[in-house]
Design a protein around this ligand. Sequence first.
Ligand code: HEC
Ligand code: HEC
Length: 424
Amino acid sequence: MNMRSIGVAATAAALAFTVFAAQDFKQAPPRDKWSAQELAAIGSMRLKEAGERPADVSNAHEQHAEAAVFGRALFNDTRFSKNGQVACASCHSATGQFEDGRQFGQGIATGKRRTMPVMGAAHSPFLFWDGRKDSAWSQALGPMEDPAEHGGNRVRFVRLVLAQYEAQYQAVFGSAPELGTLPEDASPNGTEPERAAWAALSPATRDAVNRVFANMGKAIAAYERNVSYAGSRFDQYAEATVHGDGRGQEALSLQEMRGLRAFLTKGQCVTCHNGPLLTDHAFHNTGVPSVDSKNPDHGRAEGLKKLLKDEFNCLGPYSDAKPQECGELQFLSVDEAGQLGAFRTPSLRNVAARAPYMHAGQFASLDQVLQHYAASPKAAIGHSELAGPGEKHADRQTIQLSAADIQDLAAFLGTLTGPVLQPK
Ligand code: HEC
Ligand code: HEC
């Protein structure tokens, strides 16, 4: 079963539920009328439908309170960087939307993509815009060795974590493995001297370093799991609508409600932005312009290759999952064509609070995003799934939005903003 058919099954279940629920609460006349199918979609977009975050079987420590406290300290510790000034929190600020409001992430150098919020991470089977990681813990290891982000290397970080956090490390993961004398800097991903130093280590030492490094990621993931979205005005509206409560529907203005209607109908937005986080967690080419037209970002096509050879993936030696528990990896579709230039559908929760937009911050405002969908241009690389003006697609019509629709849609997107929940 692929991701899309899971979505359809879930929608069918929600339909049966909402039709029943709507008949039960007919006392207050609804202000806004919706078809049974629209009602089902609205009901399935309530945040509460997300339920408990699915457990990450590849991280045995994900739900340990002590691991989360340890992970939070690591998330905020700037010592884990080349210049002593960059932490995860530098780009994922806990006082905002756990991102940075910039077009490109700014660490040791300037990156090539826009920072993503961490709130939805625990719900998604694949991380990053190109899905090159399959768990929050293995994701966390990427920025630490990325030359534009923390710019460090795993041997340095492992020595540091065991020197500075020995007790906290032991309390969660038990005694650290025997490491002997390690070089200052070494990593399979680093500079040439770092790679040479890594190659000179014994396989047992490399394995021990990797294990401690992986555990740093597992602690960080335990912290991130406690950072999440909370309900918005849209959720109040959806709840009221499911129960046929006209008064409760006043949580949205008529313009915002019209925007929701366009989202579900002529905008076709819900075909990709669906479910409680308003994402299908899948990858699509939507013709978003490249920043560097000579060197366009291949998106999912490259991400997939990286994921399959990542030693920190669900099937790798540092995962706590059994191979048969790594369904997402084992049943990956490797249909290269559709993946070229495709990026992960972002959640639209709190979207109005975190411009700029798209994988490389191509658009400064929601208005620009909506103008993009109204124009549905051809893709710079690969093929856009959106049908351009006058184009005939087998499974999609051209998105036709008037200036008024665009204003209504922007107003609706604003109703998806709610608080960010995080540990005190
Ligand atoms: C220099 C800024 C910067 C730093 C430092 C940084 N990140 Fe990020 N983060 C980004 C960018 C940019 C992306 C998207 C990159 C991509 O898709 O290629 C991202 C993506 C993510 C995601 C993916 C969210 C999703 O839904 O897929 C998570 C989780 C995350 N970062 C956590 C972390 C953690 C944990 C650290 C510290 C170990 C960290 N980041 C350090 C900029 C940064
Ligand atoms: C074919 C699937 C698809 C459809 C249809 C679609 N989206 Fe998207 N949406 C995406 C993907 C994929 C991205 C990220 C693209 C990128 O960064 O290159 C995105 C990005 C966005 C963003 C930017 C969010 C962010 O954090 O950067 C917004 C806002 C958005 N879409 C709203 C809408 C609205 C409103 C509609 C309907 C008019 C719509 N989308 C239709 C898949 C889709």
